[in-house]
Design a protein around this ligand. Structure first.
Ligand SMILES: Cc1ncc(COP(=O)(O)O)c(C=O)c1O
Length: 365
């Protein structure tokens, strides 16, 4: 049996009637930008995350930019983040005018190693963007304590962590603000681009609302310099229809992860671990193998789709080489990029498919 890495059409199929009704509602109403669906989704998503405010924007990348700008961060400022993230984290930081400063990650979770913050911070540093990678929160307590001590803002990158928890609270409710992506492959994904900023601070929420809509307060009255970064009504309606299912989908991801864990414990490869006090929502199930490339090819020959998130860490990307003078201090991220392999995992995957993938890995590794 061949197993695709993702099956977005199959995942849509299971909720087709609700989605058609949501889309139909928008078409009937004839309002397509910043209307009832966006407002309803923002309220529902804020409630889900356990924060007071959520503001829909055009993408997760924009959510990072607008959250930083709303916190007063921009040109001349440094923002600390990790080297093994999706490049959009860096694009989002640079969009605010600030300069990204890369730190390494801890070996077990591949999320920001807070012990390295002290050495990374200078008088220019204004914020930290921890990335909740693969569906697991970074270790937020020491990051928040460090930020508090040094007067830094924290913007969580939650693009891969809808519904993930840290000490019983959901991702997106810890920082001064947080950025979510609703790209179609995410645990909560639309049928196009979309994002949101969550925050407990009404002033930050208000500033993001202005910034996403050309800085317009009243019609044709522009009080700050903003841009066009709006979540559209169709995406909001789709996300609103999908949100009540997110917990069940995350639970299904966790079940599939335990199917993988059980079988792969017998294989000579590294399997992802859930750090204590955290609830992993397995946006991605990432194993580690020194023979990653050969393993990936052998799996492909059997019709098993895999992916690598991410094969080139930010500091080794041609476009971003000048961010660091060398890869010094980024050894964990650099090595991980050569070993990581993401296995198929989405709510529509069956236990049998997961067992088949895991059995193939045991045999081939
Ligand atoms: C960790 C991370 N940050 C930021 C983003 C940016 O999100 P978007 O693609 O919606 O701009 C993504 C997803 O692409 C991501 O995985």
């Amino acid at each position: 049996m061949s197993v695709a890495f993702l099956d977005l059409a199959g995942d849509v199929h299971s909720g087709r009637a609700e989605l058609d009704a949501a889309i139909g509602r928008v078409l009937e109403r004839g309002q397509f930008v910043l209307g009832e669906e966006v407002a309803a989704f923002e309220e529902a998503f804020a409630g889900y995350c356990g924060v007071r405010h959520a503001v829909g924007v055009a993408s997760g990348t924009d959510a990072i930019t607008l959250a930083l700008q709303a916190l007063g961060i921009g040109s001349g400022d440094d923002v600390v983040t990790v080297a093994n993230t999706c490049v959009p984290t860096i694009v989002g930081i640079e969009g605010s005018g600030a300069r990204p400063v890369l730190v390494d990650v801890d070996e077990d979770t591949l999320t920001l190693d807070s012990a390295l913050l002290e050495a990374a911070v200078t008088t220019r540093t204004r914020a930290i963007v921890p990335v909740h990678l693969y569906g697991q929160c970074a270790d937020l307590d020491p990051i928040l304590a460090f930020a508090g001590k040094h007067g830094l803002k924290v913007v969580e990158d939650c693009a891969q962590a809808h519904g993930a928890e840290y000490r019983g609270r959901r991702a997106g409710s810890f920082g001064h603000a947080a950025a979510f992506s609703f790209y179609p492959t995410k645990n909560l994904g639309g049928f196009g681009d979309g994002g949101a900023v969550t925050t407990g601070d009404p002033d930050v929420a208000e500033r993001v609302r202005l910034l996403r809509n050309y800085g317009e307060q009243e019609r044709f009255e522009h009080v700050v310099r903003g841009r066009n970064s709006r979540l559209d009504e169709l995406q909001a309606a789709i996300l609103l229809a999908k949100l009540p299912h997110l917990d069940a989908w995350n639970e299904r991801r966790r079940e599939l992860a335990s199917v993988y864990h059980d079988v792969l414990a017998r294989a000579p490869i590294g399997i992802p671990s859930e750090a204590s006090g955290r609830r992993h929502v397995y946006h991605l199930y990432v194993v580690r193998s020194r023979g990653r490339d050969a393993l990936r090819e052998a799996l492909a020959r059997r019709g098993i789709g895999t992916a690598v998130h991410y094969p080139i860490p930010v500091h080794l990307q041609p476009a971003y080489r000048e961010l660091t003078s060398s890869g010094d201090g980024l050894e964990v991220a650099t090595r991980a990029a050569t070993e990581i392999l993401s296995l198929p995992l989405h709510p529509g995957l069956t236990d049998d498919q997961a067992r088949e993938v895991a059995a193939a890995l045991v045999e081939l590794s």
